[in-house]
Design a protein around this ligand. Structure first.
Ligand code: ADP
Ligand code: ASP
Ligand code: MG
Length: 412
């Protein structure tokens, strides 16, 4: 039997009624002759609540116990989905990550999937079971402890299962009917894309578009998984939603495919560090050892042998960075004047593979921001994206102005 993977996000399993609607959709695919692997998220809001409880109990928590707690939301929806399917006379069974087992690294709260043996589930399919419902977001470490894959990780569970079972397709059911030129909650003129290239989706996801977890796109690209994003609230045809695919499969596309943004950024500046070989290596080694994910970096012009070093990182890692820098200073690893942290910034990026062959995108982007009176604090570029750090209060304005200027509401 061909295998299909269907993933339902938090809003799609938020109530018993919605679980029933999702189960009906699964039933339709079963009746077409598929063996289905259903991946479920926790009910929407549940994981946030669990994270909140952990933080309140223990601010410097043990990550193994964080995973024990926050993985639990998916256990509930997996069981409920299996029961709902059984009520509809569809033979179904639920599986927690450790039962499959979804083998991961031991990097708690940000584990990576290493292997998914298929024999357990295939044996059940052979016995006549039609649907394996798997709790998303969770796995088991080599030490035998429960792990989680980072926020949004059920997308990655879904793609990893699609790869392991050579599924015909991996359908991601969510609360929007596909991937848009930008988040439709911020720009009402955002346009749904019928297709988007893996590379573009990868950039959009890693720059803040949370419709797919970045790692899930990476896996889909590597294992050639046919990945589709679609709404669980609308009737669906086989062509519905957005297909994430190789760029060769896309005939026409705009130079800029989309605009992404991230509110959760901070800008930090080490004032007055020695300008000598090795200083950047020392600073960023200390930050990396402290678990700080540095994104943009700027080293300013030096004066009298001293310079300022600026970087951006997730806003919830500022404390960790401050601690690491204070320790480096007191341990005489290196010296600096002061450490500034600006937590009121946002990152806005334009993404498109067309930038490889078109010039002038950066110039246009900077002009648009300047017309709106928005000051650019830090810039980074790659072959297919340009990102700027700006004052957070201008984020929505910047996204809308860029969406307009690049005419993303119109198809190529
Ligand atoms: P789920 O719970 O189903 O995993 P998420 O909240 O993680 O859903 O992702 C869906 C949300 O992603 C949408 O509601 C939308 O607000 C947001 N989003 C951000 N950027 C985009 C984009 N470019 N296209 C579509 N949705 C986007
Ligand atoms: N429930 C997890 C989260 O909220 C995983 C997911 O939904 O993808 O991050
Ligand atoms: Mg998600």
């Amino acid at each position: 039997m061909p295998v299909l993977v269907m993933k339902f996000g938090g809003t799609s399993v938020a109530t018993l009624d919605r679980i029933r609607r999702a189960a009906k959709r699964v039933g339709v695919e079963v009746s077409k002759g598929y063996d289905v692997i259903v991946i479920v998220s926790a009910m929407s809001g549940k994981t946030n609540e669990l994270v909140g409880w952990v933080n309140e109990t223990s601010p410097m928590y043990d990550a193994r116990e964080y995973d024990a707690v926050v993985s639990s939301g998916e256990n509930v929806t997996a069981g409920l989905m299996a029961l709902t399917l059984q009520e509809m006379d569809v033979p179904a069974r639920s599986w927690q990550g450790w039962q499959v087992p979804v083998k991961t690294t031991s990097a708690h709260s940000a584990a990576r999937i290493e292997e998914i043996p298929s024999d357990n589930i295939l044996a059940k399919f052979a016995e006549g079971m039609k649907v394996a419902v798997v709790a998303g977001f969770q796995g088991v470490s080599p030490e035998g402890r429960i792990t989680t894959l980072g926020r949004g990780g059920s997308d990655t569970t879904a793609v990893a299962f699609a790869a392991a079972f050579e599924a015909e397709r991996c359908d991601i059911y969510t609360d929007v009917d596909g991937v848009y030129t930008t988040d439709p909650r911020v720009e009402s003129k955002a346009r749904k894309l019928d297709k988007i290239a893996f590379e573009e989706m990868l950039e959009l996801a890693s720059l803040g578009a949370k419709v797919l977890q970045t790692r899930s796109v990476e896996l889909a690209m590597r294992y050639k998984v046919k990945l589709r994003v679609l709404s669980s609230f609308e009737e669906q045809s086989d062509e519905a939603g957005t297909l994430v695919c190789d760029e060769e499969e896309i005939m026409e596309s705009n130079v800029v495919a989309g605009v992404a943004f991230s509110r959760e950024e901070a800008k930090m500046t080490l004032v007055s560090v020695a300008d000598r070989p090795g200083i950047a290596a020392t600073i960023f080694t200390a930050l990396s050892e402290a678990g700080v994910n540095v994104d943009m970096i700027v080293q300013n012009i030096s004066e009298e042998g001293r310079t300022d070093m600026t970087w951006s990182c997730p806003v919830d890692q500022v404390r960790r960075a401050e601690k690491a820098m204070a320790e480096a200073k007191s341990g005489d690893v290196f010296n600096f004047g002061e450490l500034l942290a600006d937590t009121d910034v946002a990152k806005v990026s334009v993404v498109g593979i067309g930038m490889r062959s078109h010039t002038g995108v950066a110039a246009k982007m900077f002009q648009v921001l300047s017309n709106e009176g928005i000051n650019i604090q830090v810039i980074t570029t790659s072959e297919i994206k340009i990102s700027v750090l700006i004052d957070r209060k201008y984020m929505e304005l910047a996204v809308q102005a860029l969406h307009d200027a690049f005419e993303l509401d119109k198809a190529a």
